[in-house]
Design a protein around this ligand. Sequence first.
Ligand code: ADP
Ligand code: MG
Length: 623
Amino acid sequence: MSEETLSFQAEVSRLLRLMVSSVYSDQEVFLRELISNASDACDKLRYLAITEPDLIADGPDFKVEIKVDGAARTLSVSDNGVGMNREDLVRDLGTIARSGTSAFVDSLTGDAGRDVQLIGQFGVGFYSVFMVADRVEVSSRRAGEEAAWLWSSDGLGEFTVAEGERPGRGTTVTVHLKEGENSWLQEATLRAVVKKYSDHIALPILLTVDDGEAAAVNEASAIWTRPKGEITDEQYTEFYHHVGHAMDDPWLTIHYKAEGKIEYTGLLFVPTRRPFDLFDPARRHAVKLYVKRVFITDEAEGLIPSYLRFLRGVVDTEDLPLNISREMLQTTPLMRHMHQAVTRRVLSELGKKADKAPEEYAEFWDNFGAVLKEGLYEDHERREELLELVRFRSTAGDDLVGLKDYVGRMKDGQGAIYYIIGDDLETLRTSPQLEGFRARGVEVLLLCDPVDDFWLQAVPDYQEHALVSATRGTADLSELGEPEAADDEDPAEPAREADVATLIALLKQTLGEAVKDVRTSDRLTDSAVCLVADEGDLDLRLERMLKAHNQLDASAARILEINPKHALIRNMAERATQGGAADDLADLAHLLLDQARIIEGEALPDPAAFSRRMATVMAKATG
Ligand code: ADP
Ligand code: MG
């Protein structure tokens, strides 16, 4: 087949433009990416060769070689790993297939400084080589196949693929350095950088500069097998970057060896920043499974619960046979045991962090709390433990609160834990339904992650205190005492009870089926009205969400609560008793309900009628 010219996927072109013009200070990461890919390629072949030993008949010793040719101004990275055929080259070095890509590309802004930071979070892999190269050639031969291929590009939108030549399996990436990029030709610089990026890698990495001798740069033992005390923070971080395709620092590093019923080593990291694919619908975890130091898969279903999918790292076990198939993995009871053991360990480490370093834990919580909360309905066994790890915003201030703290400062006579769910914190903080709680000094938890609707259905209580929505009819405030009157104003005079009864009768009659009930409220101090859900009915926000997803047709009618101390209600009550104009009162009744709907964030069923009534009332007020 002769040479063919192909275009990069549009996303790749965008990314490459950024790379080429990049002012990214950390250019050396291109070497990390190339070494990382070479090591991944060897890992993949080592696994395949367990069942197909012929694939490595031409040499079972895996290695990575880095060579510099000062005269030609090239640097090459070679491996004898799995290699790529023509199809692989076109797909793997022409598109970005990784999950979260579209989210990533969408988030690029065109502002070079910010975009470079985003690239840092995403980890661009192979394409980063164009930061230092004006041409890159990749020669490759897939293990078990005869043909070799040559991929070549200047990173400006197109690449070519042609049949090539190559003595053995594997891949060589040859980097033609841009003018001025001279440091990558100097032995001392190169050695230091290569060492940094290969110290944690389990393969020998050999460096040859010009006509010098090949020299090993790293220890070539898997980092997780080494004693903790001998591993530096920098080595942990580099390994995290390698396994996690990440650029940030680990927020938490968990390295341990489990002995006993099952034997395995875990080296796990919690990122500092959210990975781009965190909310991918597949909710896949990203921890790699090794058996006796051999990479098996990064898709071991069931190894890590979905609600810990932010974890990166490896689990390496002694207790599985090396030739286990990926299908068998799913059914072996050992996976279940490891799943449990790893989960227990991670939750306990998170718990320690929450106790000892609450401020750092708050950062973790802001990134991954919404994911961890999925465990509250998915993992019954660990629910108690998870409830101790959950944090909330609340009406008590800006700090995060745990349930234990909340219970510790409950008011005398308060039996329940109160919460309110909504779409965002700011709206929640100003919600009229909270007025009565505030006035009585009762703390309310403010929840606004979509997952909150689900776990609250599954978790009825915490330490025998029921979790009760502040927007429910059952949230009985009267037993919590009278509101503490604000100092700067006289407590408002409530409407007369008889007048209120008349008004309620009138509202019920006028609003009919649109409300389930009308009653006075302890919940309100400043606002005139609010809507609450009856006991047994869906919480207001959950119902809105289900409707938005077409999982629910009709809404349940709500209870309209009115505040007898509010001037509007007082006036209406008097007018109702004195027999005011029926039309006027009917308009006001409808407006009251619509107002409650608006505050609640519900759509008005008849906006035209609302606007007409509003205009009538306003005309009277101005007339
Ligand atoms: P990532 O490593 O995160 O998948 P990269 O951009 O670094 O992303 O590489 C893209 C893909 O190209 C890899 O997933 C792999 O399939 C392929 N690839 C890159 N380098 C090599 C190599 N040296 N040997 C075999 N395949 C490679
Ligand atoms: Mg890579």
